[in-house]
Design a protein around this ligand. Structure first.
Ligand SMILES: Nc1ncnc2c1ncn2[C@@H]1O[C@H](COP(=O)(O)OP(=O)(O)O)[C@@H](O)[C@H]1O
Ligand SMILES: [Mg+2]
Length: 255
């Protein structure tokens, strides 16, 4: 098998993560090359969010072993903001409600920070043009961006906000933790269409989901099953369908 160029893939190797002294991830190996969509599935409590949080460097998620290599660097050894600047985006990274902060200003600051630009290097006008392009791509209405960030947002709107943020930042690797959770089927479709419009050779996407239904709309190239802190099975999209019919326990048994 040819080695994957580590400029073009996020390579997670033997990742061990503990929370409050308990080992949750027990040696996870996963490669997300640019241009591919991978789905990570698994029962509640398997450690799916722990994987995303550990990559993000969230306090309390202690990496006790392994690495996550991108651009030849171990992300797990970098400060959190530098991980983002390497081009890795985690979709739950939207902040809490901040009174008085409008979506437009939030996205502009995030964009400048992400691209390492100074305020004077990218005018509000220029950013407005970029934002309009992305809104069009995602088929979102413009009035969205003059609202206050997450204030009174529905579950679906929060998710759409995440997708918009991802579209603006144009990450090389995007990790979406349960982008379908709490959404009705119409909202799931909107989120899925957004993710699909961001697919491309320049981007690798990891979609974390408990349910198969999201994968009816986002067709993954590969599916991985996480059970009890380890990847127990990997395969093509048919693995998700198999799972829908048999449930996690049986699928693991086949593996
Ligand atoms: N902040 C936390 N404090 C205590 N336990 C946690 C915390 N985060 C995760 N865990 C535990 O880690 C395990 C995996 O959780 P999680 O990664 O959220 O699973 P999943 O996303 O697959 O449902 C669970 O047993 C959960 O209780
Ligand atoms: Mg979770």
């Amino acid at each position: 098998m040819p080695a994957i160029d580590n400029n073009n893939a996020l390579i997670i190797k033997d990742l061990h993560v503990s929370v409050e002294g308990r080992e949750i991830l027990k040696g996870v190996d996963l490669e997300i090359p640019k241009g591919e969509v991978h789905a990570l599935m698994g029962p509640n409590g398997a450690g799916k969010s722990t994987l995303a949080y550990a990559l993000l460097g969230r306090p309390g998620y202690e990496v006790t072993g392994g690495e996550a290599i991108f651009h030849g660097k171990n992300l797990l050894e970098l400060p959190v903001d530098e991980r983002a600047r390497e081009g890795v985006f985690l979709a739950f990274q939207y902040p809490q409600e901040i009174p008085g902060l409008k979506v437009f200003h939030f996205l502009r600051s995030a964009y400048l920070a992400y691209k390492g630009l100074k305020v004077e290097e990218f005018s509000p006008m220029k950013f407005m043009n970029l934002l309009n392009e992305k809104l069009e791509l995602l088929k979102m209405k413009e009035d969205f961006i003059s609202r206050y960030l997450n204030e009174g947002f529905s579950g679906g709107e929060k998710k759409r906000m995440e997708i918009l943020q991802m579209a603006v930042l144009e990450p090389e690797i995007a990790i979406l933790d349960e982008p379908d959770s709490g959404l009705d089927i119409d909202a799931v479709r909107i989120v899925a269409n957004g993710v699909n419009s961001l697919r491309g050779p320049e981007r690798g996407i990891l979609v974390i989901t408990h349910y198969q239904r999201l994968l009816n709309y986002i067709k993954p190239d590969f599916v991985h099953i996480l059970m009890d802190g380890k990847i127990t099975k990997s395969g093509g999209p048919e693995l998700a369908e198999e799972l829908e019919e048999t449930g996690y326990e049986v699928v693991e048994g086949i593996g």
